[in-house]
Design a protein. Structure first.
Length: 368
């Protein structure tokens, strides 16, 4: 996935709006003869914007990727560890991706050879003085042959754009050559998102639009559709982090009484759907085995980072705290969740059960 920024748009060499590559000579590890074959269809499913998981792997084809090395020293968007894209058993396909990141997701269709570059239009980029920069921006929307793919979610067509990435092969990251496809609402950093979490989507290639340099089209039996599913609305992180109360050596983190609990989600939260009744705050003497628990009432509010509203997070405080404190000083808190929340596009997700997420911390004494 990507996090909350335009992750995939900032980490590849051929970027929509930032610059596209010109077509090089055919790589020796590609397969220039015959029709262009679809080796993999990958979907972003990593919040950090680095990892793509295959929702389709072409069977019985030794050109498809297997274990792809990672080398962040040379490629900053490579996964930290090697990534197993397709099974080493060539007879095994891919399991449909069911956890695509809800925000900034994209699809990459990898081919076994270079395509006709007319699949995209390149526009020269100029600097603020109008001088050429030597770079170009690519768009699939102005392809002279027509739109190369159809993207839909929940049976509704999704506007998209993208670019043709001529770089890569089955051993480098990102995999290529490929078509990079992303919903327009993410590319434009829209104020509202319309594709709900938990929605099943599909991408398919248009017949006779995507061709190789010899004018040969992608075979009809490889046009798709290729299916994947957007992940359900869910909590991704908390700050302070969740506690492992089964660890006999667990020691609650000490935080300032002024620091609220920040709960972050994988999609834009409709804040008022996270209600005080969904959050159980208890003052305890021991996180794992409290003997004198005292209930407190949660206060829920928006979270800002650098004076900008973080639409995927909420802040939680103790209603008993006074002044600008979020919590009572010198107090140990045990916090659990229950119920469900709604995200901006209408998807509903269950909050984690106590056995899945418990937060426990101790506040320090108030600063003089």
């Amino acid at each position: 996935m990507i996090g909350r920024s335009q992750g995939p748009l900032a980490v590849t060499a051929c970027l929509l709006g930032l610059g596209a590559c010109t077509a090089p000579d055919e790589h020796t590890d590609l397969r220039p003869s015959g029709a262009p074959e679809v080796l993999t269809v990958l979907v972003a499913n990593d919040d950090d914007g680095f990892l793509e998981t295959a929702t389709f792997c072409k069977t019985n084809d030794d050109k498809r990727p297997g274990l792809v090395p990672a080398n962040p020293r040379f490629n900053q968007n490579a996964p930290v560890n090697p990534a197993q894209i397709c099974s080493d058993d060539l007879s095994v396909g891919a399991t449909m991706v069911s956890d695509a990141i809800p925000v900034n997701w994209y699809v990459r269709i990898q081919f076994d050879e270079l395509l006709d570059p007319d699949v995209e239009q390149l526009d020269e980029l100029k600097d603020s003085d109008g001088n050429p920069t030597g770079r170009s921006s690519g768009t699939l929307l102005k392809n002279s042959r027509g739109l190369p793919v159809k993207l839909s979610c929940g049976g509704v067509d999704v506007p998209y754009d993208g670019y043709y990435d001529v770089s890569g092969n089955a051993f480098t990251w990102p995999l290529g050559p490929s078509l990079f496809i992303q919903p327009t609402e993410f590319l434009q950093d829209a104020d509202t998102f319309t594709i709900p979490t938990g929605t099943e989507c599909q991408v398919s290639l248009a017949p006779d639009v995507v061709i190789d340099k010899d004018g040969v089209a992608v075979p009809m039996d490889q046009l798709g559709p290729f299916n994947f599913r957007i992940a359900d609305m869910a909590v991704t992180t908390t700050e302070p982090a969740g506690a492992d109360l089964t660890d006999p050596n667990f020691v609650p983190e000490k935080i300032s009484p002024k620091a609220p609990l920040v709960v972050s989600f994988n999609a834009r939260l409709v804040l008022d759907t996270l209600e005080p009744a969904d959050v159980t705050i208890t003052e305890v003497d021991d996180c794992a085995a409290p003997t004198t628990p005292t209930p407190h009432i949660a206060v829920i509010g928006p979270h800002e980072v650098d004076d900008k509203l973080d639409k995927q997070s909420a802040e939680i405080r103790d209603a008993a705290a006074t002044g600008d404190n979020a919590w009572l000083p010198n107090t140990t808190y045990l916090i659990t969740f229950a119920g469900s929340v709604t995200e901006q596009a209408g998807g509903v997700g269950a909050l984690p059960a106590p056995e899945d997420l418990t937060v426990c911390f101790t506040t320090t004494m108030e600063a003089p």
